[in-house]
Design a protein around this ligand. Structure first.
Ligand code: ACO
Length: 448
């Protein structure tokens, strides 16, 4: 099969949101800390009738309906998530009722988990399946879904919730360029979930930032080296890239990440002359010092502003409005680019996608836009995404209610024998929701 990649993409985020400006006032932090300091506008969150299974059911059903794909045509389904509802039963198995209904029980794949990286592991698994001798000609499906919640404190405003589903197959408008894939993996304790009775992570916020940026550096350097080897030494730089999508815990980190790539180009003697001149005073800064040098960071952010506007800003729309969706975050950035550009992206445009999961696993990989016709095309995807409609139908919740919802969720985590308190009136039509958890911890869902 040729041009294997993303044929179709559907996103979901809960209809309930809290505004970051309101949260600043409620938390008693200085005005601007979350909106400018973190660069976030709003945060989506689940109440006790939504979870990672319901979000996955919703996003898969919506994708199948919107694209008219028969569930019997799916031969592989991989899920990426770090939201633990069950320590052994995969989320994938909870999605099987959507396939069993038409008699399709022959669907390979289960869940992948490593912090925010699971969605990318799932995507690579599915692409590998289609490119292997095991492929039976059917489509693959990737689902990434998470509810990102933190204990009260400075990490809480970097939460969020949402999901993505991607249909994978040949002749795609967004095929993966497998030769431009670079990975960095290491053992770190920057963000992890050792407390099995709590949904909240243990997080060293400052360490996550350095781990993220240094993994980005390493992946970018490796990817550039691969490109240069394949193109007889021709220097790789951001000039070869149309869009960069990042895993987006909060927008300020995305701004710094793009600046980091600009600095990497500078360090390798690549990139435009004005950027070279702006960063020249920092040519002797060591790599280690570069992560904490605030003057360098400021200069790199300033020098990268035009490039950020051109290559990154389009991908920030949904992440700024919903917050961190963990595994789904990167792919919501991709959906944002498609939505913002209305899919008017010339064939041959290269996307770089940076996936980062704490602990840590990171991959930087490339997609190259192609002109295809019909529903599996960039305009076909945009037409079906309806991001504006979804934004318009959200309910804004006061911070106090958001905080009490998280307290309720703390009690619900790992609990049995309850019926959710939350009402279904805020949910978008077509949303799956939890109706009860019985005494044997079995979960039941319905669709609005
Ligand atoms: N107006 C404008 N900017 C402000 C204001 C204000 N009133 N107040 C603070 N700021 C700026 C700060 O200067 C800082 O900017 P800088 O990063 O450019 O220095 C920014 O706002 C954040 O302020 P900090 O004091 O650094 O924030 P704090 O330490 O309280 O928390 C953090 C931030 C560490 C990101 C925390 O929210 C966290 O731990 N989040 C979870 C971890 C995370 O998301 N990591 C990302 C990668 S891993 C992953 O995806 C889970």
């Amino acid at each position: 099969p040729e041009h294997v990649g993303i044929l179709a993409l559907e996103v979901y985020f809960p209809a309930s949101r809290v505004l970051q400006a309101a949260l600043e006032a409620h938390d008693g932090v200085s005005a601007g800390k979350y909106t400018i300091g973190l660069g976030q506008d709003a945060m989506a969150f689940c109440s006790d009738n939504e979870d990672v299974i319901s979000m996955s059911l919703t996003v898969v059903q919506n994708l199948l309906d919107k694209y008219g794909v028969d569930p019997a045509q799916i031969g592989r389904l991989d899920v990426g998530s770090e939201t633990v509802i069950d320590k052994c039963k995969s989320i994938k198995t909870c999605l099987m009722p959507l396939f069993e209904a038409c008699g399709n029980e022959d669907v390979e794949g289960v869940d992948s988990c490593n912090a925010c990286y699971g969605g990318t592991a799932a995507l690579l698994n599915v692409v590998n399946w289609i490119e292997s001798t095991a492929w039976d000609g059917r489509y693959g499906l990737v689902v990434a879904a998470d509810s990102a919640v933190y204990a009260a404190g400075n990490a809480r405003p970097t939460g969020g919730a949402g999901a993505v589903a991607m249909l994978i197959g040949p002749d795609a408008p967004l095929p993966l360029d497998r030769s431009l894939t670079a990975t960095h993996m290491a053992h770190t304790y920057d963000f992890y979930k050792p407390k099995l009775a709590s949904e909240y992570p243990v997080v060293d916020g400052k360490l996550t930032q350095t781990c993220y940026l240094s993994a980005l550096d390493k992946c970018y350097t490796r990817l550039a080296a691969k490109y240069e080897k394949r193109h007889s030494g021709e220097a790789f730089s951001l000039e070869h890239v149309g869009y960069v999508c990042f895993h987006s815990p909060y927008n300020k980190l995305v701004q710094k990440s793009y600046a980091r790539l600009v600095y990497q180009d500078f360090s390798r003697g690549a990139g435009p002359p004005d950027v070279q001149a702006a960063l020249a005073p920092f040519k002797d800064v060591t790599l280690e010092a570069s992560y904490t040098d605030r003057d360098l960071e400021k200069a790199a952010v300033a020098a990268s502003r035009a490039g950020y506007g051109q290559r990154v800003a389009a991908g920030t729309l949904i992440p700024k409005q919903t917050g961190n969706m963990y595994t789904a975050s990167l792919y919501n950035s991709l959906a944002s680019v498609l939505h913002t550009t209305r899919g008017a992206i010339p064939a041959g445009t290269r996307f770089l996608l940076f996936s980062y999961g704490s602990g840590l696993a990171a991959t930087l990989f490339a997609l190259t836009a192609r002109d295809t016709a019909g529903k599996f095309s960039l305009p076909g995807i945009v037409e079906r995404l309806d991001i504006e409609g979804r934004f318009a139908a959200r309910t804004t919740v006061e911070p106090a209610e958001f905080a009490s919802t998280l307290e309720l969720m703390e009690r619900r985590y790992g609990a049995n024998d309850f019926v959710p308190e939350a009402q279904t009136d805020c949910l978008y039509p077509g949303t799956y929701y939890l109706t009860k958890v019985d005494d044997l911890y079995r979960r039941f869902y319905a669709c609005k």
